[in-house]
Write a protein that binds this ligand. Structure first.
Ligand SMILES: [Zn+2]
Ligand SMILES: [Zn+2]
Length: 309
């Protein structure tokens, strides 16, 4: 641990290329790559085992160019014994997480995935079950895990400032610690496309607790598209978010009772024809949803599920 008078130095380092923004401020939706429905239906969900090399962050596995691991598939409250949201993506040249909830370090340990192997974390919004694991990761990276690999943390408006407040609230005194690895914080503007290293990220407005600066997120990496609602009610942006995606991840909080600020199963039933993705996986499952999971025909995530794209 080193004492420093300011953490500003941390924010000035750029371990991977600074973000580049596309379309000069105009909303930007990448065009969908068309796939006939019959072709989509013919695709079967491929659940791959995690190889030891994969767990250790070896990105050169020639079999899976992009894989998605549901490290945490639960809601905020540990329903069903599930961990908070954390979706790990392995792709050539990068391993990154989408969301990193408070229990994510425990969940990664369960899967034998060292957090030092994660290059970037993308946050959809600033609720603790989606970003609360970051202070623990940073402290362990500095003290126990002895990280030297650069780390980028990108999220919605005010992520840079708000995460500092979260960190100091959860780990008081942390502000005096200065990482020996480069760390970059990025605030991603809404309805813009940014490059975070090799990952192209487009954010969409979400309808959720406004104070969390909620977004939905479309991620393009290695010719694959992963779209994720984050926590949100159905919005007019969801069709563009999901259009042509190789994987559309939808939170699905409740089965029968539509709950405000969340995507629930009745929303999926109502809007399914508007979601033109190759594959749908439901996550962020609450107690009532879990109790009815056998009545759901769509694939539901569980902690440790791996999908090869
Ligand atoms: Zn949540
Ligand atoms: Zn939330």
């Amino acid at each position: 641990m080193e004492n420093m008078e300011s953490r500003s130095k941390i924010l000035l380092q750029h371990p991977i290329s600074p973000p580049s923004f596309h379309n000069g401020g105009s909303p930007c939706y990448h065009s969908a790559r068309g796939h006939p429905q019959s072709q989509l239906d013919a695709r079967t969900t491929q659940v791959a085992s995690i190889t030891s090399a994969r767990r250790r962050g070896n990105h050169s596995d020639p079999i899976m160019s992009v894989s998605v691991t549901f490290v945490g598939s639960g809601d905020s409250f540990g329903s069903g014994g599930r961990f908070n949201t954390c979706i790990l993506v392995d792709a050539p040249r990068i391993r990154f997480c989408i969301d990193f909830g408070a229990s994510s370090l425990i969940a990664l340990e369960r899967l034998d995935i060292p957090h030092n192997t994660i290059d970037a974390i993308l946050l959809t919004h600033l609720h603790g079950d989606h970003c609360g694991g970051i202070p623990f990761l940073l402290v362990d990276a500095m003290l126990g895990a002895k990280r030297d690999r650069p780390l980028t943390i990108a999220g919605p408006k005010d992520t840079s400032e708000r995460l500092k407040v979260v960190a100091e609230a959860m780990m008081p005194g942390m502000h005096v610690m200065v990482p020996k690895f480069p760390i970059t914080y990025l605030d991603l503007p809404l309805l813009r496309t940014c490059d975070v290293g090799p990952v192209r990220v487009t954010t969409f407005p979400a309808i959720h607790t406004q104070a969390t600066n909620p977004t939905s997120m479309r991620v393009e990496i290695a010719d694959k598209v992963i779209a994720y609602t984050g926590d949100s009610e159905w919005t007019e942006h969801v069709p563009a978010l999901a259009d042509g995606a190789d994987l559309f991840i939808a939170e699905c909080y409740f089965f029968r009772k539509p709950v405000r600020f969340h995507f629930n199963y009745p929303d999926l039933v109502t809007h399914k024809t508007e979601i033109r993705a190759k594959r749908i996986v439901l996550t962020h499952l609450g107690k009532e949803m879990l109790a009815n999971i056998d009545s759901v025909s769509e694939q539901c995530a569980y902690d440790g599920l791996v999908i090869a794209l």
